[in-house]
Design a protein. Structure first.
Length: 57
C-alpha cells in the first residue's frame, strides 16, 4: 500500500463550512478521492460506520 496520497484539487461543492467554522467534505469530494478513509465522515458514500468499524458500500 502506498502511503503517498495523490493531490485532489478542491472545487466548488467539495465542502461547506459548519457553523463552528470547520470544513465538512461532501459526498462529491469523497467520490473524487476514490476511497474511504475510515474516519466516520458525515457524508461518506462508502457506508463506513465508525461504531461498528465496517463498510456497507
Amino acid at each position: 500500500m502506498s502511503y503517498l496520497k495523490k493531490h485532489i484539487p478542491i472545487e466548488d461543492g467539495d465542502y461547506y463550512l459548519t457553523p463552528e467554522g470547520y470544513r465538512c467534505f461532501t459526498e462529491q469530494y469523497h467520490l473524487k478521492r476514490g476511497y474511504c478513509c475510515e474516519s466516520g465522515c458525515r457524508h461518506c458514500p462508502y457506508g463506513y460506520s465508525k461504531k461498528t468499524n465496517t463498510q456497507n458500500g
